[in-house]
Write a protein that binds this ligand. Structure first.
Ligand SMILES: [Zn+2]
Length: 583
């Protein structure tokens, strides 16, 4: 019987899986991209459809579809298996218990909770009221289904009793962020009497919830919004609401609209603006920006921006600017948020998005309308707002343009503006972005020199199989066992397909073969010369290793006062030295 792993591999194509996360470009028979796992400008990340593998020649990561999903989602193998099984439409029957991870239990809890909330919205008395309220706000019935909006009943233990009845422990419900234990030790639901918006990860799995009240409560102390706290599944700095459903449209339109609220997003999306995500009212984080950059570099914000204030929203926008996003601002009519405008006049919303201003234009216009450029105080205030904005422009030519613009409009000398610009300190500096380097990149086990030369040799031989005769049988025995196996197979079947190799070697072989494929522009004679030098270097490394070993043995024999052995070893040592000098 075929294993689910093989079945998934058969059904899913690696290019399809990878390109659902990052933009791929055709490069000969392969695809290439900027690596999502380390920062780089030139793409060194490759996907091979023939071999169904990916490999980054910058950071050395690589593998099959499972490895890719593990890496990009930051999950364990069991979760990657589940994600891909869902994509492939493969049912995982009788999963081995070791694959049912804690994360998976929490995903199940979130899914069950969503179903519970959905049912409440349809069937309970106050749920129906909540639904009525949503429909009156203009959210369509189909959107309620698409976004799986629900209702949490106003009781202490509605959801948690239900989850307990489904064999999920209180501790698990708490870990999923859905329940709390009071100081007196009683357990209760986090979400009570609220409309519930499930929050999806990039694979449309539910990882958290946002709940909001919809009726004016007598008790004013009740918070309008309640959200899932940080859990194993949910990290608000890593999630962008709606991105799972918007990513394809974002890539297709090559821009993304940013709004703040769930309803803003849902209303715009149901009106046909599907390339839209919500920041849920928090600042855009470096991580979120990094994910967005996989799909587009063009952002249009559609929320209130206080140009002078130091708000979370503005900090996120500053960071995006610093990271080189093209930012535009859709200016909405006074007092209307996107949900209101879409409901009132969708054409007007479309125009506002179309006519979005560049962030610099927006800052200039709003600052000059707010302060008097004729007075010294006004000039000072204007420069206080605009200098940091200008300083954040990564492109020097563009920056020069705006320095000129400011100088003209303030009637000040460009040199003076440049002088002031030098004094501006940016708190959102690039260290935040650099800090994104995955830890494991820094302590990748480095390969030994011998391994590197051996691998290079295989690549060269794959490029020019006619050179295989240069590798002598005696020398092959000195190679590491993996490379030896690959070379012997290569000698036996020069048109070697990875399939003929032992399964544990196919990964290494495919990576080397991919490397041979993408390396272009070396001439045959250079390949031969490099093959020769690899072989001779391996030879001398081998001799050096032997000499080291003999020295150790001599020391040991000296300790044991074994004079016969010392003599033998010394003879062997001298012989090797002699051979080495002759070469
Ligand atoms: Zn990389």
């Amino acid at each position: 019987m075929i294993s689910p792993i093989d079945e998934i591999k058969e059904r899913l194509d690696i290019t399809e899986v990878v390109s659902s996360y990052i933009k791929l470009q055709k490069a000969g028979i392969n695809y290439r991209a900027v690596c999502p796992f380390h920062s780089e400008k030139k793409p060194s990340f490759f996907v091979s459809p023939n071999r169904q593998i990916w490999h980054c020649f910058g950071c050395g990561k690589g593998g099959d579809i499972f490895g890719f999903v593990k890496e990009i989602e930051g999950v364990e193998f069991g979760d990657a298996l589940r994600i891909l099984a869902q994509k492939a439409g493969v049912e995982l029957k009788r999963q081995p218990p070791e694959l049912i991870t804690e994360r998976q239990r929490l995903y199940e809890i979130c899914e069950l909770a969503t179903r519970f909330f959905e049912k409440q919205l349809e069937e309970s008395k106050s749920g129906k009221e909540a639904k009525q309220y949503l429909l009156e706000r203009g959210i369509k019935g189909e959107s309620l289904k698409k976004w799986r909006i629900g209702y949490a009943p106003d009781v202490w233990q509605g959801l948690s009793d239900f989850l307990n009845s489904q064999n999920y422990k209180k501790e698990e419900v708490e870990k999923a962020g859905l329940g709390l234990t009071s100081e007196k030790g009683s357990f209760y639901d986090r979400f009570r009497g609220r409309i519930i918006f499930p929050i999806f990860d990039l694979n449309s799995q539910i990882v958290g919830f946002g709940g909001r009240v919809f009726k004016e409560k007598d008790n004013k102390e009740i918070a309008k919004y309640v959200n899932t706290p940080q859990t194993i599944l949910y990290d608000k700095s890593r999630i962008l609401y709606g991105l799972d459903k918007a990513k394809v449209e974002i890539r297709r339109n090559n821009y993304c609209i940013l709004v703040e609220g769930y309803t803003d997003l849902i209303m715009a999306s149901q009106a046909g603006f599907e390339n839209i995500v919500s920041t849920s009212g928090t600042a855009l984080t470096p991580f979120q920006l990094k994910i967005l950059k996989r799909y587009t570099e063009n952002l249009i914000t559609a929320f209130d921006m206080d140009i002078a204030g130091d708000t979370a929203t503005k900090r996120g926008i500053d960071l995006a600017q610093l990271q080189g996003f093209n930012l535009k601002v859709a200016v909405l009519p006074e007092g209307l948020d996107p949900a209101d405008l879409v409901l009132k006049d969708v054409k007007e919303w479309e125009n506002r998005v179309k006519e979005a201003k560049s962030i610099l234009e927006f800052y200039f216009e709003s600052t000059f309308s707010k302060f008097d450029k004729e007075t010294p105080e006004g000039k000072k205030e204007i420069s206080k707002v605009l200098l940091p904005v200008i300083k954040r422009i990564p492109n020097r030519i563009e920056q020069g343009h705006w320095i000129g613009e400011l100088s003209k409009r303030l009637n000040a000398k460009e040199e003076n503006i440049e002088e002031e610009l030098k004094k501006v300190k940016l708190d959102n500096d690039l260290s935040e972005v650099v800090g994104l380097e995955p830890e494991e990149l820094k302590n990748l086990p480095s390969k030994t020199r011998k391994q590197l030369i051996e691998e290079r040799l295989v690549i060269l031989l794959l490029k020019a199989p006619s050179n295989l005769g240069m590798v002598k049988k005696e020398q092959i025995t000195c190679f590491s066992s993996e490379i030896r196996e690959i070379l012997l197979n290569l000698k036996a079947y020069p048109n070697l397909e990875a399939k003929k190799l032992a399964p544990e070697l196919t990964g290494l072989f495919n990576t080397l073969a991919l490397q041979a494929e993408i390396e272009e522009g070396i001439e045959e004679k250079d390949i031969t010369a490099e093959t020769e030098s690899c072989l001779s270097e391996l030879n001398s490394l081998e001799t050096k290793n032997k000499l080291d070993q003999i020295s150790k043995d001599i020391k040991k024999a000296e300790g044991e006062k074994d004079s016969k052995k010392i003599e033998e070893l010394t003879k062997e040592f001298n012989q090797l030295i002699k051979e080495k000098c002759q070469k």
